[in-house]
Design a protein around this ligand. Structure first.
Ligand SMILES: [Fe+2]
Length: 308
């Protein structure tokens, strides 16, 4: 059953852990276009240079690569508390009960595991950060969406619909579904069948195609290989350029995702035809690099709390 109103207002941050922390930090700050806003012992918080969201990516040095946390936003502390009560009553495994957060920007949040063991945080009241206000093109403005690989597509989709009120927007054949939160764009989360549970990719909204192409060119000039793109997807109508970070996670520059008319939306089923996956036909073949890259390596962090 899908609840009428989702308590989730958007994606807040993605936290990744990896052995090659320094190399990853260098990649995301010098090439990807994020700026370091706070640092601790082997932990770095990165934000957009042009948007006051406190941070959108966290990197942590660890022996094994893992997805640490997916951070989602709620509108208020009361929503966080109410969600905590509903999750507990439903038997969802809670990692941290609702409490003040000790991370940059503070706020109030809880953590729990989804049905496959990914660690999810939902928070509210995180303070914005001061930015210079200078215009910059070719840098991420915010997170766009995150995609998970799953072994249990129906159950995982159902978890996010039932417990977080996300709504199904579209299908790609029968192996990938796209979910949105309230009044939002086409998707903040997509879930795809994979050979193991893993992070499929993280997409950064560039605010426009010009910025996406400038950023894409910056990486190409630096010798980075485009995994897939640039192109424009069918589902979501968003543009894309996919790369791989030094830890082997796929990351995407994206822009122009379509909006959803909540009152009249009808779920569509897209096919894997090249002209539906890549409307412009400019991105190259998905089979060349994207499919193996997006499978990623099995997530070593399932059902395991993150130390930060
Ligand atoms: Fe994507």
């Amino acid at each position: 059953m899908t609840t009428a109103q989702s308590p989730i207002t958007g994606l807040r941050y993605i936290a990744l852990a990896m052995p090659n922390f320094d190399e990853s930090l260098e990649f995301y700050t010098t090439l990807w276009g994020l700026e370091q806003v706070s640092a601790g012992d082997g932990v770095a918080y990165l934000g957009s240079p042009v948007d006051p969201a406190q941070y959108i990516l966290r990197l942590r040095k660890a022996e094994a690569k893992r997805l640490d946390v997916v951070g989602l936003a709620a509108a208020s502390r009361a929503e966080v508390d109410a969600l905590g009560q509903r999750l507990s009553a439903a038997g969802v495994r809670i990692d941290r009960a609702p409490a003040d957060l000790g991370t940059p920007g503070g706020g109030y949040g809880l953590r729990f595991f989804d049905c496959e063991g990914r660690l999810i945080e939902v928070s509210a009241d995180v303070a914005p950060r001061k930015i210079s206000g200078a215009t910059q093109r070719g840098v991420p403005v915010n997170l766009g969406h995150v995609v998970f690989n799953t072994l249990t597509l129906e159950a995982t989709k159902s978890f996010y619909e039932t417990h977080l009120g996300l709504k199904l927007t579209d299908w790609l054949e029968d192996f990938m579904c796209f979910l949105r939160c309230n009044g939002a764009k086409h998707h903040i989360l997509a879930i795809a069948k994979g050979p193991h549970v893993a992070l499929n990719h993280v997409a950064y909204d560039m605010g426009g195609i010009d910025s996406q192409m400038r950023a894409t060119g910056r990486l190409v000039r630096a010798g980075q290989k485009i995994v897939w793109g640039p192109g424009r997807h069918g589902a979501g109508d968003n543009t894309f350029s996919y790369f791989k970070d030094p830890a082997g996670n796929v990351c995407e520059f994206t822009a122009e995702m379509e909006g959803v008319d909540e009152a009249n939306w009808k779920v569509r089923r897209w096919e894997t035809k090249p002209e539906m996956q890549d409307q412009w036909g400019t991105g190259g073949l998905i089979t060349d690099g994207m499919i193996p890259a997006q499978f990623n390596t099995p997530d070593t962090g399932l059902w395991t709390p993150a130390p930060v």
